[in-house]
Design a protein around this ligand. Structure first.
Ligand code: PMP
Length: 426
């Protein structure tokens, strides 16, 4: 604890305040392996916090690929090198075959979404962007304008309209697809009334930061129709659901049976190497790249591409997509059993290894309880489980472990949640 305090003090002296730490008492990490993280006292944690180390922390295939490539060559994309071509061949083979795709690489999800928005604006000659009310798409000027989840004080541009996310549990609306399409149609009408032409709807097909709202497969079809009828493009932000996490399909949009115009990739793409990408339909990409050059010093460098290749190879070799589907179902079954014992645990929902759990005041009113959710997150940490919250009311536990998450880990998580909720309500 003494050392933690010293580090926290040093941090406050050295780093800008916007880098906030998680937890009331910060976790001082020294090592990661597989689905586990270890603190300075040797304590083991199950990492359900984010989906970057999707194969598992320090995965040997990625470590080896990065090490070998770093020893041989690392350079930027304005020289010819094969790595980027071999990887892109492989990556694009996971996209719907009926379209011709082009890729461009960068280092963060924010850059990918920033470029996607610019490409959409160039292609449509429109400025208007629609996003969901608690979305998170990045920190650049353009993406922070469509990221209300960054918190109050963020300026939302006059060309942006926010629509409520499609939340069946909270609204009680069964045909949420039609309802969502109507919300988007109203936003388009409002843009038009202000002489703003629509460029794109940007959405995370899992609505992760809107509170983990996977919905039923296909429910996004009506909204896709509405946007296209009004001349807009669909940007699927796959930073959260992509790379097999949902189990059912390799990409979140594929669950809904539509083909986006632009797709952005990040987080798990390099299993910890900062690599991201924008994949778009060739004609859409051309209307930007024929006019404006794009350059990113580190984007698509051979070391990042080597990491990304190892990620694709390992997902296939270890059947991680199927594993995600299977263990994800086990997770929700186990958590529903726990929820049956606690009135304050509401909906347990998700797809593959991405699960949201509602913390509510009581079962009937479904009134969100953010304070309780934060207490449960703190208690879970003492049970050795690291996770966080999401949603407009901050009351949804967001559980997204590395894909190596095992059935034994499911028992650990369920026991920890049971004990954490019990402790929080008594
Ligand atoms: N899109 C989504 C859906 C995200 O969750 C995030 C990061 N949380 C981003 C984009 C931005 O990615 P990055 O932090 O790598 O810029």
């Amino acid at each position: 604890a003494q050392q933690t305090r010293e580090l926290t003090d040093r941090r406050a002296q050295l780093l800008a305040g916007s880098y906030r730490l998680f937890y009331r008492e910060p976790v001082h990490l020294v090592r990661g392996q597989g689905q586990y993280l270890y603190d300075a006292d040797g304590r083991q944690y199950l990492d359900l916090y984010n989906n970057v180390a999707s194969l598992g922390h320090c995965h040997p295939a990625v470590v080896q690929a990065v090490t070998e490539q770093m020893q041989q060559l690392n350079t930027h994309t304005r020289y010819l090198h094969e790595r980027i071509l071999d990887y892109t061949d492989d990556l694009l083979s996971t996209f719907p075959a009926e379209k011709d795709w082009r890729a461009v690489y960068m280092c963060t999800g924010s850059e990918a979404n920033d470029l996607a928005l610019r490409v959409a604006q160039a292609h449509t000659s429109g400025e208007g962007v629609i996003a969901t009310a608690e979305a998170y798409h990045g920190t650049s000027a353009l993406t922070s304008a469509v990221s209300p989840a960054l918190g109050s004080g963020q300026p939302i541009a006059p060309t942006v309209r926010l629509v409520p996310a499609p939340d069946t549990y909270r609204t009680g609306i069964a045909d949420i697809g039609t309802w969502f399409a109507n919300q988007v149609q109203s936003a388009i009408d409002d843009l038009r009334a202000h002489n703003v032409r629509l460029s794109a709807l940007i959405l995370d097909p899992l609505f992760s930061s809107d509170g983990v709202l996977p919905g039923t497969p296909g429910f996004l079809a009506p909204v896709v129709d509405v946007v296209r009828r009004n001349g807009g493009l669909i940007i699927a932000d796959e930073v959260q659901p992509g790379f097999g996490r949902t189990g059912e399909r390799f990409w979140g949009f594929a669950r809904h049976g539509f083909v986006p115009d632009l797709v952005t990739l990040g987080k798990p793409m390099g299993n910890g190497m900062p690599v991201s990408g924008l994949v778009g339909q060739a004609d859409v990409m051309a209307s930007f790249s024929d006019r404006l050059p794009y350059f990113n010093t580190f984007g698509g460098n051979p070391v990042s591409m080597a990491a990304a290749q190892a990620v694709l190879d390992t997902i296939r070799a270890d059947n991680l997509q199927e594993h995600s589907l299977h263990v994800g179902e086990l997770t929700r079954q186990a958590l529903r059993d726990v929820a049956a014992r606690h009135e304050v645990l509401g909906d347990v929902r998700g797809v593959g290894l991405y699960t949201g759990v509602e913390l509510i005041e009581d079962a009937d009113g479904r009134v969100p309880d953010a304070g309780l959710a934060l207490d449960v997150v703190e208690n879970l940490r003492r049970q050795g489980v690291l996770t966080s919250t999401a949603g407009p009311d901050g009351n949804v536990l967001k559980l997204r472990p590395p894909l190596a998450f095992s059935s034994g880990n499911v028992d650990w998580l369920a026991g920890a949640l049971d004990a954490s909720v019990h402790e929080a309500v008594t």
